[in-house]
Write a protein that binds this ligand. Structure first.
Ligand code: TRP
Length: 450
């Protein structure tokens, strides 16, 4: 298949392939690693509700908008906006997306590297020797403080990402998702049962599910919104790019609901694994990025066949992380391939190398650079905060305004209905896209400012 520029682009083979790939992009470290730790930092239950509200009220409509733009134009975000509104400044959404993709991938690969390392450490039995729960945390802390190990695993994860994206759309991406998605859900359910039956588990469940709105600040609301964009891979054109590989037969509305539903399920399950174990081990839920990696070995060690369980878990998490990181690299690469006419291999390898270098300070943020401050944060936190809490919501709000007011919800509706029978709930969607999404993001930015 070729697009308007006559370039060779891939297409999804099957409907399920597309849904799985989009869900693969969404489900990743954001659900399993980031969601529990920021929920812990933001007081638990009330934050979970805010996150769900953002995902349903803002995430769903924007995801559908991105898919629609992508399928309409069959182009990367920059090209797509240029095509829909030639010569206008709306194309900044595309450029911001490429920038956000670059920034996110730079530290995403660092955490992806942690999963690779934890596969190795499971296999050589380093994770099942802890005398007490605190030791698991100490072990992880000294691991992430080691500069050589950090950079090495960061490089390994980036190399894996590059290797998959090299093969193009269905060669690599589609296949990787088939096994991972159901597998990850199943193993999280098993771990959840173990976690919930640990002594003292209920205190953690209460923290996680009982909403105490007294703990919510403007910053928490911003983080909940940022997290909704981050876990659903929205606000930077990733779903425009994936939608651009779609053929006309897909049902965009039901694909959207499926992708969001599955992502929320994985996030909520991850919380039900982590918090009961946190209270069992008498750890602090506010620990931050290391929370999940410090807590999981505690759960594994209280199961039969701990080595097997932890290896399988980290392998699945690695695949989940890879199906996300490839979508980040794909956005960046698609821009160079479509707009600058680079060859796929060149775009992927050059940008992979650049992003790897950009990620080195993040890789060192838990060790040699842990005291370096960028606007009061470590480099890792700074890049994460900039990209996830600001660039993504801003890109998403602009996308909503573009579709709602400039391109027009009528045009979008036509595209949705091009092959499927009817766009149900189109009025609700139009309302959310035109009013709710832009206003919510603007209000949250303003609240954070004052
Ligand atoms: N959604 C992924 C996760 O939760 C991360 C991710 C992949 C992403 N592609 C994205 C985030 C695009 C924002 C935009 O792990």
């Amino acid at each position: 298949m070729t697009n308007g520029n006559g370039n060779h682009r891939g297409f999804w083979k099957t409907r399920l392939g597309f849904v799985l790939a989009a869900a693969g992009s969404a489900v990743g470290l954001g659900s399993v690693w980031k969601f529990p730790y920021i929920t812990g930092q933001n007081g638990g239950g009330a934050f979970v509700l805010l996150y769900l509200a953002c995902a349903l009220g803002v995430g769903i409509p924007i995801m559908l908008a991105e898919f629609t733009i992508g399928r309409k134009t069959n182009l990367n975000p920059v090209g797509a906006l240029q095509t829909l509104r030639p010569g206008s400044w709306w194309v900044v959404i595309g450029y911001m997306g490429v920038l956000a993709g670059l920034l996110i991938l730079s530290y995403y690969c660092v955490v992806g590297g942690w999963t690779v390392a934890y596969i190795v450490k499971s296999l050589n039995h380093s994770l099942d020797r802890f005398a007490n729960p605190r030791e698991a945390g100490g072990y992880f802390a000294s691991f992430i403080a080691d500069p050589l190990e950090m950079i090495f695993y960061h490089a390994v994860f980036m190399a894996l990402t590059v290797a998959v994206v090299f093969k193009g759309v269905h060669g690599g991406i589609e296949k990787a998702c088939d096994v991972m998605m159901p597998g990850l859900a199943v193993i999280l359910c098993v771990l959840m049962v173990r976690s919930l039956t640990l002594p003292g588990a209920m205190e953690g469940v209460k923290f996680y599910l009982y909403p105490d709105f007294g703990k919510i600040t403007a910053k928490s609301v911003l983080m909940a919104m940022g997290q909704a964009f981050f876990t659903l891979s929205l606000g930077m054109g990733a779903m425009i790019t994936y939608g651009s590989y779609l053929s006309e037969k897909e049902n965009l509305t039901s694909s959207t609901v499926y992708v969001v539903g599955f992502t929320l399920l994985i996030s909520l399950l991850a919380g039900l694994v982590i918090f009961p174990a946190v209270s069992f081990a008498k750890l602090e839920p506010t620990e931050g990025p290391s929370l999940v990696f410090s807590v999981l070995p505690i759960v594994f060690s209280r199961m039969p066949l701990p080595t097997l369980v932890s290896t399988v878990f980290f392998v699945l998490l690695l695949i989940a992380a890879l199906t996300s990181s490839i979508s980040l690299l794909e956005v960046v690469a698609a821009y160079f391939i479509d707009q600058l006419k680079w060859k796929r291999k060149k775009a992927v390898s050059v940008m992979g190398a650049v992003i790897f270098l950009l990620g080195i300070p993040s890789a060192l943020s838990f060790g040699v650079m842990k005291d370096a401050r960028f606007m009061g944060m470590t480099f890792f936190e700074f890049v994460d905060n900039l990209a996830a809490n600001y660039l993504l919501p801003l890109g998403g709000a602009l996308t909503a305004i573009f579709v709602g007011w400039v391109w027009g919800t009528k045009e979008a509706q036509k595209e949705v209905e091009r092959h499927e029978t009817q766009f149900h709930f189109v009025e609700i969607w139009a309302f959310l896209i035109r009013f709710v999404a832009p206003v919510a993001v603007a209000a949250i930015f303003l609240a954070k400012l004052f």
